[in-house]
Write a protein that binds this ligand. Structure first.
Ligand code: PHE
Length: 333
């Protein structure tokens, strides 16, 4: 009885029905299983005869179930493949990435300085007090330390507040004469607004050679800036204070928007403050193991974030690290 009705259902059911049927007949409490259990009441001879018959029957039934199951699975797979379709030529939603505007400017700046014989240097973002301050002529109680509010780690390290820390590393690892540029990320513990961010980008430059003067500094900056802005740039120096340069300057360029006549970008002054720089302080050279009687140098600290903002007329520095795709996708071209 089990046999004929089971085989009939086997041929007509679907996968779910097949599972139920298997449970109903061959499961723990299945009909056949129960029947096999009841054999224990028979005599030894009957048990042997009927038992082996019943076992063969169970095996046969299991085989039929397996065959039917794979048949149904193959059919389901074939149905899926014949209805599902994949169009390899259908245009996709735009999802490819592109370089961040900051990286793009960084590589451009690097290239221009490499052409002028500078080499690239790198330094860690977690620094020692000596590399960020001490060896740059900030004494322990120097008020200029307050110029750069600092993130400290519990272990007494700091997040570098400027790329000038790489000046120290350059003097330790290179013999003069040398010229280096060191682009990278820097940190300040301060309130953020449209022109201040706690994380931003600078590019340090340092050249050490014999008889380096302010004239070399001006020439290199003018050459770089004219190439970068793709037009002749006029520069001027104003005095500026940083403990690691003497004399120290703020370098301004004649406003590229109005040409010096006055406009909102230069706040009607005709000049735009661009980067601090100066001649390397003798104490800094000495701390770097370089004799200031024999060698001199200049250094500058360019705000890369600032350059990108000028080039693309970006009004708020906080856009850069916002992760806002609508901001970033403007620079995909
Ligand atoms: N490190 C200074 C700053 O971040 C900039 C600077 C660099 C000034 C090199 C002079 C020379 O403000």
């Amino acid at each position: 009885l089990i046999h004929s009705s089971a085989l009939q259902t086997l041929e007509t059911t679907d996968l779910a029905g097949l599972r139920d049927l298997h449970q109903e007949i061959l499961g723990k409490k299945g009909r056949l299983t129960e029947t096999l259990k009841s054999l224990k009441d028979l005599s030894v001879d009957e048990k042997r005869e009927i038992g082996s018959l019943a076992n063969r029957y169970r095996e046969e039934l299991e085989t039929r179930f397996r065959e039917r199951q794979s048949e149904l699975e193959r059919k389901a797979e074939a149905d899926r493949l014949s209805t599902e379709h994949f169009d390899a030529l259908r245009p996709v939603a735009r999802s490819h990435g592109h370089m961040h505007p900051m990286s793009r400017i960084q590589y451009e700046v690097e290239d221009l300085f490499l052409q002028m014989g500078f080499r690239l240097m790198d330094g860690p973002e977690v620094e020692t007090d000596e590399n960020n301050f001490g060896n740059l002529n900030f004494s322990d109680d120097h008020p200029a330390r307050d110029m750069q509010d600092t993130f400290w780690t519990e272990e007494g390290f700091l997040l570098r507040t400027h790329t000038s820390s790489v000046q120290v590393r350059a003097m330790q690892s290179l013999k003069p004469p040398f010229r280096i540029v060191a682009p990278g990320r820097v940190y300040r513990y301060e309130e953020t607004d449209a022109s201040h961010e706690n994380t931003f980008y600078q590019c340090e430059g340092m050249m050490v050679d014999r008889n380096i003067s302010t004239a070399h500094l001006i020439h290199v900056m003018k050459t770089f800036l004219s190439a970068f802005f793709e037009r002749e740039v006029t520069v001027r120096l104003r005095p500026g204070y940083f403990p690691f340069v003497e004399p120290g300057f703020e370098l301004d360029i004649r406003c590229l928007i109005c040409g010096g006549d006055g406009c909102p970008v230069c706040k009607h002054s005709g000049w735009v403050e661009l980067l601090p720089c100066g001649l390397v302080h003798p104490n800094v050279l000495r701390a770097g193991g370089i004799d200031p009687e024999e060698w001199s140098g200049f250094a500058f600290g360019m705000g890369l974030s600032r350059l990108v903002m000028m080039r693309h007329e970006i009004e708020d520095i906080r856009h850069f690290l916002s992760g806002n795709l609508r901001f970033l996708q403007q620079f995909s071209g």
